[in-house]
Design a binder for this molecule. Sequence first.
Ligand SMILES: Nc1ncnc2c1ncn2[C@@H]1O[C@H](COP(=O)(O)OP(=O)(O)OP(=O)(O)O)[C@@H](O)[C@H]1O
Length: 695
Amino acid sequence: MRVSDIMNTRVFTIPPTTILQEAAAIFDRNRIDGALVVDGSGHLIGLITKSHLIKAQAKNQMDQQVDAVMTTSVFTLRDTVSLSELQRPNRVFSYSVFPVVDSENRPIGIISRTDLVKYLSEKSLRLAEEMQAVLNAIYNGVIVTDAEGIVTMFNRAAENLTGQNAVNVIGRLVDDVMPNTGLRRVLELGAPELNQKQNLGNCQILTNRSPILKNNKIAGAVAIFQDITQLSAVAAELEEVKSLKSTLESALESFFENIVIVDKKGYIKMMNSSYGDYLGLDQHDVVGKHVTEVIDNTRMHIVAATGKAEVAEVQRIRDKDCVVTRIPIIKDGEVIGAVGKSLFKDLKDLKAMARQMNTLQHQLEYYKEELRKVQGGKFTFDSIVGKSEKMEWLKTVAVKAAKGNSTVLVLGESGTGKELFAHAIHNASGRLHGPLIKVNCAAVPENLLESELFGYDEGAFTGARRGGKPGKFELANGGSIFLDEIGDMTLAMQAKLLRVLQEKEIERVGGTKPVKVDVRVIAATNRDLEGMIERGDFRQDLYYRLNIISLQIPPLRERKEDIPLLSSTLLKKINNQTPHWVEGVSPEAMEILMEYSWPGNVRELENILERAVNLMDEEALITPDNLPPVLKKQHKNKDVDEGGKHLAGIMGDTEKQAIYRALEAAGGNKSKAAQILGIHRSGFYQKLKKYGLSV
Ligand SMILES: Nc1ncnc2c1ncn2[C@@H]1O[C@H](COP(=O)(O)OP(=O)(O)OP(=O)(O)O)[C@@H](O)[C@H]1O
């Protein structure tokens, strides 16, 4: 607003030569308090007021001219001067009237102090209203107090944020209505407090508090605050995203595989250091480059464009065939990029891993098998390989024998599979859920065998365990006991065993009362029990007890037709324990195996195959080279004989067959077989030995 809008237009001007007496008359006549003094050209040269006249009258100077008392440093207001200027200089208020002049300094009006005050108070009211409107319009809460801490301003945002009504707050001590504003402290210390976080109900606010200074004195305090709950949530989310990103980056870094991530246009967003190292590039330098510029034969940009995954593809990178997988990254149903990883940086790695896995798989199978063995007789008749007539017949007899409860005596040379039969019998019997306890009578020291078999009571002997110890018979209760190498038992032990078989009860060493046991006995030996009886080394009565059902397992040389099937079954077992996987036996090697006499029977066959597999590198079939010299030597001798078998050979074969048939007819009883053949028992034994036959 301009001065002319509010000025008083009644302008009284008088020349400087006017006598004061006259001037007083003009003032009275026109009821004015002052007049402007102008020169002959009408220019303002001063101001004379009633107070000038009063002072001159007191000094008896009323006959003097106006210019003697007028104020010359008069404050003139040009019409063009904005009223806002009037608020600044304090001296404005030291006069009761002020001249308003034009650009030529000619008075065009007068403005009184009363007008100015009136105007200024109206203006400040308007200003206050405007300010309130502005404050209400802003999003930040504003609380203003005076120097006493009385709230003078409280905007709408402050109302919303605090839940308080301005009407209830303004005019009251800030501490009474809002104890946490901190404004009292600001008033006391005069120091601003900026960026202060504080909780307000469920919100979090950020406040700036400052003192309001007037003439270097604290005239009040203001707090400006805003709700940063959402901002905090966003910041927290951002923190989370940041930490997730760094976790992801470290995860990718920790992978041994090469990993690259591209955006939908195929520009690299991330590459792990493993990939960078592999390419011989700095992983950070490649970010932002198109993937085709960085990785040979890449299809990452295609996958990012088509959204179609490509799994386990071979890609030549840096002159090596790598196995790579490319997966599109899909967000909200849209492909936004692709991640690629090369699992094997060289196909050779894949092969090595396949080999390793194969080995592990085989080892697993092996240990499973071993565990099965430890846990009990898990071999069944299906585990006994053999399609020869002799083996088929033996298995049929054994299956029948298994169903009953009678003692079974398994006879046969070492390595023929006696233990296998013992397991199979147990598992085919009604006792299969009970234990199968094995005792190798030859392996346990003679003096310990009794306590091993029957257990001992506490204090039975020095060093006996407290509480005693159950023997194998007690442990086998409800199941079967496999007494291996029974022919190696002393006569004294034989007597004790016989008693157990008869009484079906045992007596612990040092024990006083017998313990009933329900155990089926399966005994085995490779020794000639009948011959031992004759020599007085084995009790006949025990033999009869054991020999209720006897199974004579033929040696391998008498069932060579089983060799191919046995070989392939045993090879599978061996493969599970060795790093190589051998398919089978070559026809040439098989010919040698078929010719060999196999004194060690199936166990020997197993050992020879295992030896061969261990000597092999990558070959799939066992060849004659992989077999031990002793086998090949026998083969050569046979070749030499092949040209013409001399009579002794033919006679030997015939004799061997006759002995075998006699044994069969006698049900394995050697004395009877000798009788059938009409020869003496001792001569019969010699022939058995000569031809490697066993009962
Ligand atoms: N018919 C068969 N089928 C499969 N494997 C067999 C067969 N016969 C024997 N074997 C295997 O040959 C090895 C020797 O078998 P086993 O221990 O049963 O013989 P054994 O007659 O009890 O020997 P020993 O008298 O020396 O104790 C074992 O590894 C067994 O699994």
